[in-house]
Design a protein around this ligand. Structure first.
Ligand code: ADP
Length: 346
């Protein structure tokens, strides 16, 4: 390949291929070799990238010399990939043809898809209680108009549905707030011993109502970490509530806190909080997905328990904001343990 063309290709950051007027590859840069294989030079461009979008764009550009942009969807090693193609006609003293560049926009596409899924999920979650409310309003206006007993019953179901919507909206707001603050590390000092104690006191009656004994193993002294008290309270509350809701059949939930001089995952001193239940546990396939928004192992059970499917997503973002780590361990049938490690130093 001529020197000027070669220098030009090398300077380009995107995977780029120079295709001559005879449709053969004149040259390619490093990123393009990594993407398409290194033995394509001198061959027809279709042997390197056999894709209709590429064929149309390159042929069109060779024909009318107008730039073109197009998309190429492929699968690489089982993963869906999206590339944006840019074709530009190039005519320099020692080379002429089409400069084809490939930009990997898979992540951008994935982010767009996640946003679409999220909106669809939220709409679905809100629509279910809303449909129930509308149905009961209709019934109360019509067939049950003069039935005092039915009215009482329907009103209490309506209140429960409205509360579900309220919880969902509160969780969505909380998630969006935590996400927008995720890059700002909290600076206040929070005493986890006092915080855990207060959360356990507040949830005592909830546990008792379900016949669950709340075990506690807290140090005598303060365990200080840089943190946001309200958010850490939410972490603890969500984890303990989940353990009671989903693992309550084990009859017991143990909450432990300890200070450690060295937490391997944090490379330094930190605090380790764990919430352990003895319920049905969680199968391994579900564990990596638990912190996804709206992911539930058993959606029927979660809804019945008043869950929004957002609790652990919120926990994950709060822990990330505190530069901590969360780990879930479970052996089905033996219960589950959620551990949060938080660094002791800012
Ligand atoms: P939800 O609002 O549904 O409780 P979470 O995000 O808090 O949402 O939890 C997601 C799912 O993880 C729950 O629906 C439940 O299936 C599962 N899960 C959470 N904690 C436990 C636990 N301690 N034992 C078993 N399953 C759990």
């Amino acid at each position: 390949m001529p020197d000027t063309a070669s220098a030009l290709l090398t300077a380009l950051p995107l995977a780029s291929v120079l295709i001559g007027r005879n449709e053969r590859i004149l040259g390619m840069n490093g990123p393009a070799r990594a993407l398409l294989g290194s033995d394509s030079e001198g061959r027809h461009f279709l042997t390197a990238i056999r894709h209709p979008a590429v064929l149309d764009a390159v042929e069109g550009c060779l024909h009318d010399r107008q730039p073109r942009t197009s998309r190429m969807l492929t699968t690489e090693g089982g993963q869906d990939m999206t590339y944006e193609l840019h074709c530009a006609y190039l005519s320099i003293p020692d080379a002429e043809g089409v400069l084809l560049s490939l930009e990997d926009i898979t992540r951008v596409e994935q982010a767009g898809q996640m946003r679409r899924d999220f909106v669809a999920n939220v709409s679905h979650e809100l629509r279910t209680p809303l449909t129930a409310l509308l149905g009961f309003i209709e019934t109360l206006r019509g067939p049950a108009k003069n039935d005092a007993e039915a009215r009482e019953r329907f009103l209490s179901i309506m209140a429960a549905e409205a509360e579900r919507m309220e919880r969902l909206v509160a969780d969505l707001l909380s998630l969006s707030r935590v996400e927008s603050e995720e890059r700002m590390r909290p600076t206040a000092r929070v005493d986890l011993t006092a915080l855990t104690d207060s959360v356990l006191k507040r949830l005592g009656p909830v546990a008792q109502a379900r016949g669950v004994e709340l075990g506690r193993n807290l140090p005598e002294d303060e365990v200080l970490v840089p943190g946001d008290e309200d958010q850490l309270r939410q972490v603890l509350t969500n984890l303990v509530e989940n353990a009671i809701k989903y693992g309550g059949s084990g009859g017991r939930v143990d909450v432990a806190l300890e200070q450690r001089a060295d937490v391997p995952g944090l490379r330094g001193p930190g605090a380790r909080l764990s919430v352990r239940d003895y319920g049905p546990g969680i199968e391994l396939v579900h564990i990596p997905r638990l912190t996804e928004r709206f992911y539930r192992v058993d959606s029927h059970r979660s809804r019945e328990m008043g869950g929004t499917g957002l609790g652990l997503a919120i926990v994950k973002h709060i822990v990330n904001r505190h530069r901590g780590r969360m780990k879930v361990e479970s052996e089905p049938g033996q219960g589950a343990e959620f551990t949060v490690e938080l660094p002791a130093r800012a």
